[in-house]
Structures are given as C-alpha cells and as structure tokens.
Design a protein around this ligand. Structure first.
Ligand code: WTA
Length: 643
C-alpha cells in the first residue's frame, strides 16, 4: 500500500483548519454533552432538546436515543427556514440524462412542490407514521416526495430504480406501505426504464391504496382507477402551503433497505433529530461548505449517500445540490467534466468504481474541460486503491483540490471517518481519521481490543447521533446483527488497518456481503435467487476482485442429478437473479460445479471457494476436514475458463 502523504494544499482556505479541528476534538472530549448540544443548534427545533445522547450497547440495557425530548420537522429545516433570506437561491439543479436538459428549483419552488406533494398524500389518506415507498428517477420530484413525507410525518422508504418488481413487492410487504410514489419511466444512458410498469408488477403480489405517478417521459402507462393518480394532472389544484407536523426527535424519518450477510434485506430505520444533526454537521465539516458552493454528489437517492448528501445534508445547510439522472459515460466519458464546467460545480463527490472506469479511458476526456470551478473532491462507497486516488487528485483535481475519502455505511446515517479537507494531511487509500465524537476500535476475532498500529475488525464503541435505531419490525435482529458479535460494541462488518499515525485503512467487508460497484449485495440473497431455479440443487456465491467494480460475483452452481449446464442455462440463471433482485446483483461468472466443498457436517467451506475465484491454484490450507477432498481439483478445473 502506498504511504505517500499529501499535505493540505496551501491555498485551500478552509473554515476549519488544524487549530479549529483541534479545538472541536478537544471540546467533544472534555464535554461531550456540551458539544452535542452545540451541534444541535444547527437545526431549527419546535422544542429545543435538553438531552443529548442516552444509549447503551449492552444487551440488558440496550437503547439508543438522541435529543429525545426535542421536537422538530425536517422539511422545515430543509426548506421553510431558508425562505426568508434565501428563498430565491437554487436548492436543486436537475441535470437530466440528456446533457443540458433539466431545470433549477429555488428554495421557494422546492418548498411549494413539497407542500403540493404533502397535500396530495394527505388527500389520499396518508398520515403520520404511515409508510410510503418512493421508486423514482433522480428528478427533483423525488426530493420533494421525500420532504413531503417528512413534512406530514410519514416514513419514506426509497427503493433504487434498478431493483426488480419482486424486490419492490418484498419491501412493500415488509414495511406494510400504504402508498407508492413513482414516475412513468426513468431515463438512464439513453435507455428507458419502465418504473410504473414495474410498480404494477410488484403490486400484483401486494397492493397499496395509492400510487402517485410523476411524468418524466410522458410515456403512456396504464392507470388503475381509484388507486393511481397522475401528479401532473392534479398538481395545479394542490395548495402550495401545508402545515408541518412537529415530530419527536426519535420518530422514524425513513426506512432504507440494505443487504446483510444473512436472510432478506433489512429495513434500516433512521430517526429524525439525531440523523438530522449528523447529516447537517458532517456535510458542513467534511465538505467545508460555503454559501456560493455548487455541490454535486453523483449518488442515487435510492442509496443512503443520496439521502444524506444529495437531499438532507445539503438542503439543511442551504446549499445548492445537483441531482444527476444520467451515467458517467453517456453521451461520452467527458460527461462529468462537461457538466461540472457548465454548472460551475465546486465540490464533487463520487464512487471509486466511477473513478476507475473513467481512469481507464485516459486523461483526454478530462483535460477536454477546464474543471476550474472544482475546489474539493470526495469519494465514498468502497475502498479506493491508491492508483485511482492519485489519478483523481492529479488529473481531475490538477493537484490543487483536497480529496476526502469518506468511510461510512447505511447504518451510520452519515460520514464517520474522513479527512477534514483543510486540516488533515491525506494518504491515498486511507479514510484517515474519525470525525469528532466517533470512537473506532479494532478487535481480534475474540473481541479483544487491539492497540497501536495493527489490523482487525472495525467496531465503534460509542453511539453518535446518526446511528440507525432498529431494523424495521425486528428489533432483536438489530441487536443480533450489530451488537452481539463483540459485546458492548457496534460491529461494522468491515476489516481495517490502523497505521502508526492513527490513520484508518478500510480493507473491505469481512462478512458475507459483496460490494459490487459500491452496491451492497448479500451472498445469501443471490444464492436463494439461484436455487429458486428448478434445475439448481445448490448454489454458493463469493466475491472476486474486479478492476472496475471493485468486487464482482462468482457463483458456484450445482445442478440436479443428470442435468447439464451450458450457456443457455447461464443466461437463464442470470435472468432469474435480475428478476428476483435486479441487474445489479447478476453474477459476473457462473461456474457449474459437480459438488461444493463441504465439511463432514455439511458446512460449505467458503474460504476455498473464495480462493479459487480469486485465481489461486494452491495453498488452500487445511482441507482434511472436507468430506470429499477431490472436490478441490474438480473446482479448479472448472474455474480455468475464467482465468
Ligand atoms: C464500504 C455507503 C472503504 C464499507 C455509504 C462499508 C467503504 C460499506 C468506504 C457500506 C470508504 C463505504 N472506504 N470502504 N470510503 N465507504 N465503504 O451501506 O465496506 O452502501 O461497510 O453505505 O461500503 O455501504 P453502504
């Protein structure tokens, strides 16, 4: 690993320099309560809290509360409070798939759009505490829909548009949603995505009372009487004022489904007050936000990054946030930089997978544009390899913009480990140091804390306001998944190295979660999709390193006796995964295997499958516990076609 150190660029005039950061860290250490109350002042509260954190990770006394006696509304914090001073400031710049197509919403316009949506939801009988699914493209109406739910106290659950109808149906059932907000179609890279049709297919499994359909392309889509309503048809009759509910700080704000190592995706629940404080503070700290910034986070609102750093974080800070509905290579590989120049983007935040894909195309598509407006670059979603970091820094940033490598998770609500761009010297490949109030800890497999420069499993020992509060409908699963592996600690599922300078280097998941292009996929989900095929007897899924995607999926599939695998069946199996989960989970490789390596007690030895997928041909460790040791040679022979 590279140990190059890049100092903070001399002329990067951050609001928070080394002295200010030092003061912030000291304030948190000497008086945590005072520090958190200070952070709470970032928001406008209906009732300002007196309590800060009240939590325990111990089983007997397990609880997580932040600012619990406070009351507030998040749409008020994102919209109303800016109207008087900055009503005409641009809140959202919508950049469509087609370059230059799109429009700007001022804070006042977004406020009015949000109120219209909120009123429509109310008309349809949606009220405080109800769940609303949002399955939309990256259009401003998606943000308005989220904010409208927040305004009336409904709990939103956004589903990425790449998930299949089956996945949508599963999530609607899990949280018992009463309404879906969608669009007629999405458009990505020139291709149309039949969102409304997918919703209809999902609702065949599980119907809801209302479907609100926003017009994106104007495609002719079927509308079910009494259930479906076209937003554009009723929009002009809806009032642009809607009173906001005063929510308790611990009322749920949203559910976001994410994959874990076992079972179906979990509904990660974030509540109102703590999440809001964390989103507002981290946006300000990590991106050194200033009034004239144009902030572009390329994530989709279907993921946590889109929630916190496209919508809530920027809007609470009164920022201008770009919502991009396209892809990095359409119409060509210069798209990001052409858009940066045209919109005057000052802060650019994307995923390592996108950086690696662009790097492969060479410097020319970048150099074609000036990029002089950019002052800060960021990455998120997966470990960034030092080569990609250096390229981002040198070619995209011309060696003058700090790069913030931000580590966090759906569960953490916002960034936990990241440089302060004006204060933290950078090491390519390291997310550097924890933010104020974040207490990381490395433990060995027995849970013993490891000190100094070392590697281990990354845990967090103290709660922070943005921490998830529960798994929807299954509080026991919440405790079991995150707090039972190592007593008294939140376990992240990531492996990590800490160096002599106290810098953290995330090495990736140590559980059965695969990170494909920054998207979390549970091996168990893919396996269960594969075995749902009538010819499949058994399946085991592992990750292997991929140049662009970071990781990709290698599936070992055992067929029923007498069946033979071939290209046609591979296509069918891929189709099956797309149908059950979505294209993002489809395996890069499918290897038909006569049997899987199992211990005598029947446990699949994934360690061996992983090594074979990684291209190793020897050094499988102790294989004496295998029921049939010859299986390794058979698997190696079968894997040859992929090397
Ligand atoms: C990985 C995305 C290394 C990590 C915000 C984590 C990272 C998982 C980084 C969460 C980073 C995220 N460096 N790894 N900067 N950021 N990860 O829930 O494995 O989609 O556990 O949240 O992504 O993915 P999630």
């Amino acid at each position: 690993m590279s140990e190059t150190v890049h100092p903070v660029p001399d002329d990067f005039n951050a609001r928070i320099g080394p002295a200010e950061l030092d003061a912030l860290l000291k304030a948190e250490e000497s008086d945590p309560h005072g520090h958190w109350m200070e952070q709470a002042k970032r928001l406008q509260w209906t009732k300002f809290p007196e309590q800060s954190g009240d939590w325990s990770f111990d089983e007997d006394d397990f609880r997580i509360n932040w600012f619990a006696d406070g009351k507030l509304n998040l749409s008020v914090n994102c919209l109303d409070r800016h109207l008087e001073k900055h009503g005409d400031r641009t809140a959202i710049i919508f950049e469509a798939d087609e370059p230059g197509h799109g429009h700007r919403y001022t804070y006042r316009e977004l406020y009015e759009e949000t109120c219209r949506f909120a009123n429509l939801l109310k008309q349809r009988g949606v009220h405080r505490g109800n769940r609303v699914m949002i399955y939309m493209p990256m259009i401003p109406e998606a943000a308005a829909a989220m904010l409208a739910c927040a305004r009336i106290g409904a709990i939103h659950s956004v589903i990425f548009g790449g998930f299949s109808p089956e996945s949508v149906a599963g999530r609607i059932a899990d949280c018992d949603a009463c309404a879906v907000i969608t669009a007629d179609e999405g458009v990505r890279g020139g291709k149309h995505i039949p969102l409304k049709r997918n919703v209809d297919a999902a609702l065949e499994h599980r119907d809801v009372q209302s479907v609100i359909v926003v017009t994106r392309t104007g495609a002719d889509v079927p509308m079910k009487d009494g259930r479906d309503v076209s937003y554009s048809a009723v929009r002009d009759q809806l009032s642009t004022e809607c009173e906001a509910e005063a929510m308790d700080a611990e009322d749920p704000l949203f559910i976001l489904y994410t994959s874990g190592s076992t079972g179906k995706p979990k509904g990660v629940v974030h509540t109102t007050g703590g999440y809001a404080v964390w989103a507002a503070a981290t946006f300000d700290w990590v991106f050194d936000y200033r009034d004239d910034d144009v902030f572009w986070c390329t994530a989709d609102v279907g993921w946590i990054t889109g929630h916190t750093y496209v919508v809530y974080g920027p809007l609470m800070n009164g920022a201008t946030s770009v919502m991009f509905d396209g892809v990095p290579n359409f119409p060509d590989f210069g798209r990001f930089w052409e858009t940066v120049d045209r919109l005057g983007v000052t802060i650019f935040y994307t995923a390592p997978t996108a950086i690696r894909a662009l790097m492969r195309e060479g410097d020319e598509p970048v150099k074609r544009y000036s990029r002089k407006s950019i002052r800060l670059l960021g990455t998120v979603g997966e470990p960034i390899n030092p080569e990609a970091w250096e390229w981002y820094w040198r070619v995209v940033g011309d060696g003058r913009c700090p790069v913030v490598d931000t580590w966090w998770q759906t569960e953490t609500g916002g960034i936990l480990i990241s440089p302060f761009p004006g204060a933290t010297p950078m090491k390519p490949g390291s997310a550097t140091k924890p933010l104020p109030g974040v207490k990381p800890l490395l433990v060995d497999s027995e849970g013993k804390e490891l000190h100094g420069a070392t590697s281990g499993n990354l845990c967090i020992s103290a709660s922070w306001p943005g921490q998830m509060r529960t798994v929807w409908g299954d509080h026991r699963r919440f405790f079991e998944t995150y707090f039972s592996t190592y007593r008294g600690l939140y376990f992240t599922g990531d492996g990590c190295r800490r160096d002599e300078d106290g810098y953290y280097w995330i090495t990736g998941r140590v559980d059965d979660v695969i990170n494909v292009s920054g998207h979390r996929i549970g091996t168990a989900e893919v396996e269960s999709a594969l075995v749902a095929h009538p010819l499949v007897a058994e399946a085991a899924v592992v990750a292997f390193p991929h140049d662009i995607k970071g990781q990709a999926i290698h599936a070992y599939v055992t067929l029923n006796a007498g069946e033979e695998g071939g290209e046609d069946l591979r296509r069918e199996l891929n189709q099956q995964v797309r149908k059950e989960i979505g294209a993002l989970a489809s395996p890069e490789r499918i290897q038909f295997a006569p049997t899987l390596p199992k211990t005598r007690s029947g446990k699949i030895m994934r360690r061996i499958l992983r090594k074979i997928a990684e291209g190793e041909t020897a050094g499988f460790g102790d294989t004496s516990t295998l029921a049939d040791p010859t299986v390794v040679d058979q698997l190696l022979a079968g894997a040859r076609e992929f090397q």
